[in-house]
Design a protein around this ligand. Structure first.
Ligand SMILES: [Ca+2]
Ligand SMILES: [Ca+2]
Length: 145
């Protein structure tokens, strides 16, 4: 991923990263990232919880510099979201059965902070007799949002 950037780009990313990493441990925890998101005003469109689900590749609850660069790449629209959605799907699929059930999906909707009432989604899914979503169905849903 990082190979796409020039030395200059990376240096400026590093500066941003360091300014967010207030305790200087080379990792961004949720609090540090949240402060950054609030400052740039992205917290509404990109909730921190969602960012961490998508880009915390090694699941340590923190963003490393590489993970942060991936976030910038994809977040700027120049990357492909699909692999990240697949990872998201796996993380949301808490019982690991390969599908997302209604509750897992509702958790995700809450996380996205989209102006959708989870109760309504739940109702819709139950009505359409869809108890769970496979990965392709999930991707289709995301693309339709
Ligand atoms: Ca830190
Ligand atoms: Ca991480």
């Amino acid at each position: 991923m990082a190979g796409k950037f020039s030395e200059e780009d990376l240096a400026s990313f590093r500066t941003v990263f360091n300014s967010i990493d207030t305790d200087g441990n080379q990792l961004l925890d949720r609090d540090e990232f949240q402060k950054f998101a609030d400052e740039v005003g992205s917290a509404d469109s990109f909730p921190t919880d969602l960012i961490f689900l998508l880009f915390d590749e090694n699941n340590d609850g923190k963003l490393s510099f590489d993970e942060f660069v991936t976030f910038l790449t994809v977040g700027s629209g120049s990357g492909d979201f699909s692999p990240f959605f697949e990872r998201l799907f796996k993380k949301l699929d808490k019982d690991n059965n390969g599908t997302l059930d209604v509750d897992e999906l509702v958790d995700f909707i809450k996380l996205c902070k989209v102006p959708v009432d989870p109760a309504v989604v739940k109702q819709e899914l139950v009505k359409s007799n869809k108890k769970d979503l496979t990965l392709p169905e999930f991707l289709e849903l995301l693309n339709s949002i």
